[in-house]
Design a binder for this molecule. Sequence first.
Ligand code: PMP
Length: 407
Amino acid sequence: MSLDIQNIRSQFPILNREVNGKPLVYFDNGATSQKPKVVLDVLDEYYEKYNANVHRGIHTLSQEATDLMEESRRKIQAFINAKHDHEVIFTRGTTESINLVANTIGQLLTADDEIIITEIEHHSNIVPWQLVTQRTGAKLKYIPLTAEGILDIAKLDELLTDKTKLVCVNQVSNALGVVNPIETIIKKAHAKGAWVLIDGAQSVPHTKIDVQALDADFLAFSGHKMYGPTGIGILYGKEEILNQLPPFHGGGEMIKDVTMEVSTYACLPFKFEAGTPDVAGIIGLGAAVDFINSIGIEAIHDYEEELVNYTIERLSEFEEVVIYAKDAKHAGAVSFNLKLDGVHSSDVGMILDKKGIAVRTGHHCAQPIMHHFGIPGTVRASFGIYNTKEEIDTFIDGLKTAIRMLG
Ligand code: PMP
């Protein structure tokens, strides 16, 4: 079935605007996606009709807001195929989800334990682990990269030991758009008794995730990269593991009983949801999941794969262009540079912006991978369901101008 992309585009009001006198070509979806009208409407509707604090009052508005919030939780549960809705924890985003795991597991770590991450992580899957290993004396190890910039997965066998508590890896790299072999990583880690955290910030918007089929222990992702609002994210965790972890933030809603001496904690998911949640954001994320389901995540995946392949094909026309990890499997994004002396990725980004084309340039909050290539940054084109091959042609024309001007 072919998708009606013009119809999908018409659902995104922002795509009607011009930038520097040109129609917007938005290729910065890896940073954040645009929002469809259904998501924008649901935010308004919430504040106009249902606004109340949740799980507290017995009054009608509070009950309605609570019901909408819990309905969203169940939509997300179904979307990732979690076994229980209470395995879906609302956070502010991928960053907070990873910090939740790092800080709670961190309370259980000793100097004898080991955490494994990779050289191709976003800073939000590096820095929390540096902080927690510095605090506890646990050892932080990295799965290295091949010269091409893909995970050297054969090295994982040497890194995994009986001391490994957790392996943390992104499913799709935000810096290069490369798909990592998380199925293999999960199998190898579990064989050693270690848990696995998947950073799904760049995979959940682009590909079907089934946490039970994957046997993932944790999955972190952000609403704003999957057509939902900013400020809302998800931590999925297996029930039996979440139950073993101490609380993260202390405050209202996460307790069972509080005395002046001691507190006992609420059951899942509330144990990890202290304070007033972003009710509007949660309901907006539920609407974003409905939007994705109305197209089908498999159809989104296949269409975006075409866009990525076409981009790689068109970029390959230029001898001035180097595409990173070109032959690896990509999802949603392609990263490249111009091989021209003294030219920085931001020079390319600025010329493209003059033509209304939004790309991301720089280190993409993934400096270790930039150090690996010995570069300060790349140009990244990242896609959403509303992008088209015609837009890629416009982008390629813009790139020709950039090469002419900078060469
Ligand atoms: N991990 C990856 C792979 C990402 O791409 C991002 C966002 N660029 C994050 C984590 C952090 O997400 P957020 O800023 O939404 O918390």
